[in-house]
Design a protein around this ligand. Structure first.
Ligand code: HEM
Length: 307
């Protein structure tokens, strides 16, 4: 199988950075953007050397449906723009984007170094439409105070969950990416008791222990996103990160999967459009202000964009 972009399967890092770019309309802008971002993983490794060459600075690059089609001429079988959802759990907006850059980093200075070099090389071929600098909060908690990532697939399972295989041979080694920025209503959330918060997530706040089935509400986040089909749980590899300043706090949700269908099923159950009349209680305290679906091609296919 062609090699995947390595960042997809790594453990989360404490200073990730996420960028969504929109390329200019012209053919020239499109080609320049593709050429520059295809080389990004290579020179990210050079910048990693500035930080002592620890190999912890990695760039994963992914593309929106329209951009990929224009630049490469073909398309991963299931790549299409994200469909917005409107339900009792709120609105899952679809704000689009041509290129998604996910920087795994232990150091904020190195992430900025990569981002500034990227901007310099792009010149005016593309603009940044979303930029999030994440951080590790306490023991990997979301700003709601709950540990995020407990049930993420272990290192030995991630490739099977995240990477396209024989089902789409031209795109094997690639991965679908869902990226959404959520803004939390921290004040409203803070008014809940610990028990109410635990009921909204479905886990204990202290140690992430799952609430027993007879106690866990059907509207808990965990109850909504755990979906069993043919005796198997649908899985995704999450790389979400909290972000915050004094005016806005939330979660930048990022997940990789070998099929976007899993994202759609989870989102429908969260936002309340799956038809069972329920929605995710957590969604009453947070709002999705951006959202898009991308495809992170294999290393080979990414490199070919620059040729
Ligand atoms: C504001 C946005 C979100 C927050 C704060 C959040 C937070 C959490 C927390 C605290 C957990 C429990 C611990 C863990 O297993 O990681 C969790 C689990 C999970 N979340 Fe989310 N999440 C958010 C959005 C989403 C979205 C958009 C999806 C899918 C499209 C999703 C899918 C999952 C899955 C699959 C699990 C694991 C469930 C299990 O197997 O027990 N989450 N999330």
């Amino acid at each position: 199988m062609p090699a995947n972009q390595p960042g997809i399967l790594l453990d989360p890092t404490p200073a990730p950075m996420f960028l969504v770019l929109r390329a200019g309309e012209s053919e020239d802008a499109l080609r320049t953007t593709a050429r520059v971002v295809s080389a990004l993983p290579e020179w990210t490794a050079e910048i990693d050397m500035l930080g002592g060459g620890r190999g912890t600075l990695r760039a994963t690059v992914a593309f929106g449906a329209e951009f990929w089609k224009r630049i490469a001429g073909d398309s991963p079988k299931r790549l299409a723009p994200l469909e917005p959802l409107d339900g009792p759990g709120g609105r899952a907006v679809a704000t689009g984007g041509d290129v998604f850059v996910h920087l795994h980093s232990e150091r904020r200075d190195l992430s900025i170094e990569v981002a500034l070099r990227l901007l310099a090389e792009l010149d005016d071929a593309a603009e940044v439409v979303e930029e999030v600098q994440g951080f590790r909060y306490l023991d990997s908690r979301d700003l709601t105070g709950f540990i995020d990532g407990t049930e993420n697939p272990g290192a030995d399972e991630r490739a099977d969950v995240a990477l396209v295989g024989d089902e789409d041979p031209e795109f094997a080694g690639g991965s679908y990416v869902l990226a959404q920025r959520y803004v939390h209503n921290m004040r409203y959330w803070g008014r809940l008791s610990r028990e109410e918060q635990e009921g909204a997530i479905g886990r204990m706040k202290a140690d992430s222990e799952e609430l027993p089935d007879d106690v866990r509400p059907a509207t808990a986040h965990v109850s909504r996103v755990v979906i069993e089909e043919d005796g198997r749980e649908l899985e995704i590899v999450r790389h979400s990160s909290p972000y915050a300043d004094t005016s806005e706090q939330g979660l930048f949700f990022v997940a990789y999967c070998r099929t976007p269908v899993t994202f759609h099923k989870m989102l429908a159950r969260m936002f309340g459009t799956s038809g069972d009349g329920l929605h995710d209680r957590l969604m009453d305290f947070t709002e999705a202000v951006s959202g898009a679906l991308f495809f992170a091609p294999s290393e080979e296919r990414l490199a070919a964009l620059g040729e």
